[in-house]
Design a protein around this ligand. Structure first.
Ligand code: GLA
Length: 546
């Protein structure tokens, strides 16, 4: 039985719809956007990956040098922590029991008492530096080593048929992160939503057995719209998914493709393909690929634009350059604390394009956890310098004389501006700002009084309107459990997204998470339908819409 109140407070209209559905009432009202404490969600991962600069030549020596450099050059202090070993660490051999066999020459003993060919050695080394370790496999039988960038072809470098065994092995070796590629799955024409869900469940079981959690990085290149199925796939608490192909194939000095260059347009194309703000929330992130900042092909200004775009997207900050040879300028770009803070902001939202001022002149805005705060990117994609203006109204802020503007790359306050700010932006360049202003009003829709105190299986909000097409939604809830609760949200019958609600401390303690939804109906015609995925326990109290 589902009973619905509309926003005009009509009497009961009983509608038989769902066996477990509950009564919800919408009370239209306005509220200050910062009113409810937002609960911090897991930030996107930060680290380094071997692929872009070492291809399949990666070994222990290279990995140790990168870990050393990450600490020595200040990146670790700035927040980078993962040292990720990509394709090439394993060549497809298994023993009679199906266990992965590793080349002891590439991965030798690193300390007394260690055995060559034991990947726990390199993990111990990485951990000894205060860093975390990442490993790589494929969801299919074969991996990408069947199409080698360098060196001979290797078959059977995938985990299909061994998911539980391999992921248990990774966890026992001590790895903290696993990237799972799709070359084999693609070749076999498998369904990625099915395979990756199976892998996610294997990772969960491995965690239950070992107490060790593998952060899950899905690498399906965006071919099958992973943003529609990847968030919380198979019940995994947190993950990232690639939204496009590689920005550039590997550039390895002294090897046959050493003349390759990363391109600005290639980087921009990956950024554009990664924009799926409705799926990026509560610790789940679109991944537009490892960064090429500091690699051959990009100027210093282009490196800054690249970092700005990844930060405004809350993209994983996984560096592909060789950390031992980074220029001081590239290092400064990668470690700018304000750009990193934008990326890692605890609301976990992706920036969205809020205005286009002529062809190729764009204003992007990312809402930050501090009420009234936005990261704003003024992006000039054209061949000429241009002035770009951001209006506070486009950011969901009220006009106010007290609104301040800060330049993130100049690290400097620019002053106070009542309703807008204009900057001169060079061709193919961008200006990254922090705007601190007065938060706009949100419209609040409350769940029915009787449901606010108890768990409901399904919560439906009707007659919802938003000022903007991609609108921010604050969801006020309570989760007395120790782990996140999951609910599925379907907006206007669109493909649903799975939202993680972190613990709020107790059944009495209120909290809030923010998401962004596509309001594709004009006026008060939008419908938001939440249904609980996990066991009962989550209480959704109200939503507030920009
Ligand atoms: C794919 C991935 C890359 C890298 C290579 C390894 O191309 O997208 O990130 O892992 O495979 O072969």
């Amino acid at each position: 039985m589902l009973r619905v109140f509309d926003s005009k407070c009509m009497p009961f209209i009983p509608i038989v719809l769902f066996a477990f559905a509950m009564m919800i009432v919408n009370l239209g009202g306005t509220t200050q956007a910062g009113a409810q404490t937002a609960i911090a969600v897991p930030p996107p991962p930060m680290g380094w990956s071997s692929w872009n600069s070492f291809s399949n030549t990666v070994d222990a020596k290279i990995t140790m040098a990168q870990a050393d450099a990450m600490v020595a050059n200040g990146m670790a202090k700035a927040g980078y922590q993962y040292v990720n070993i990509d394709e090439g660490w394993w060549l497809g051999q298994r023993d009679a029991d199906g266990n992965i066999v590793v080349d002891g020459k590439a991965w030798p003993a690193l300390a007394p008492g260690e055995r060559a060919g034991d990947m726990a050695n390199i993990v111990r080394y990485i951990h000894s530096k205060g860093l975390k370790a990442g490993i790589y496999t494929d969801a299919g039988m074969d991996g990408c080593s069947m199409y080698p960038d360098l060196g001979p072809v290797y078959q059977h470098v995938g985990s299909e048929g061994h998911y539980e065994q391999d992921f248990l092995q990774f966890a026992k070796w001590g790895f903290d992160y696993v990237k799972v590629d799709w070359c084999g799955g693609d070749k076999e024409k498998l369904d990625p939503a099915v395979q990756y869900a199976e892998i996610a469940r294997a990772i969960d079981r491995v965690q239950a057995k070992t107490g060790h959690r593998l952060y899950f990085s899905i690498c399906e290149w965006g071919n099958n719209s992973p943003w529609t199925w990847a968030p919380n796939i198979g019940g995994a608490p947190s993950d990232i998914w690639r939204t496009s192909g590689d920005i550039v194939p590997p550039i390895v000095p002294h090897q046959k493709h050493s003349g390759r260059l990363a391109s600005f347009t290639g980087m921009l194309a990956n950024f554009d393909q990664g924009v799926h703000p409705e799926a990026e929330h509560t610790g789940f992130y679109n991944d537009p690929d490892m960064m090429v900042v500091g690699m051959p092909g990009l100027t210093e200004a282009q490196n800054r634009v690249h970092m700005s775009l990844w930060a405004i997207s809350a993209a994983p900050l996984i560096v592909g350059a060789d950390l031992t040879t980074l220029s001081p300028a590239a290092l400064a770009t990668l470690t700018n604390p304000e750009a990193i803070a934008i990326d890692q902001d605890s609301l976990g939202l992706q920036g969205v394009k809020v205005a286009t001022r002529g062809d190729g002149l764009e204003v992007w805005s990312k809402a930050l956890a501090s009420p009234g705060e936005r990261a704003v990117l003024l992006l000039n994609r054209t061949g000429d310098p241009a002035s770009i203006t951001v209006h506070w109204g486009d950011l969901g802020l009220q006009d106010a004389l007290t609104t301040s503007v800060r330049d993130v790359w100049a690290r400097k306050e620019l002053g106070k501006f009542e309703s807008s700010y204009s900057a001169h932006v060079q061709s193919n360049d961008a200006v990254l700002l922090i705007v601190r202003g007065r938060e706009g009003k949100l419209t609040e829709y409350a769940a029915g009084a009787s449901e606010r105190g108890s768990t409901v299986q399904e919560v439906l909000f009707r007659n919802v309107s938003s000022r903007v097409r991609i609108g921010r939604v604050r969801i006020a809830y309570r989760n007395p459990d120790h782990t996140p609760r999951i609910a599925e949200l379907r907006v206007n019958g669109q493909i649903p997204t799975r939202i993680a609600f972190p613990p709020t401390g107790s059944a009495q303690a209120p909290g809030a998470v923010w998401i962004q939804a596509i309001f594709d109906r004009e006026g008060a015609e939008n419908v938001l339908d939440f249904s609980q995925m996990s066991d009962a326990g989550l209480i959704i109290q109200s939503i507030a819409i920009e």
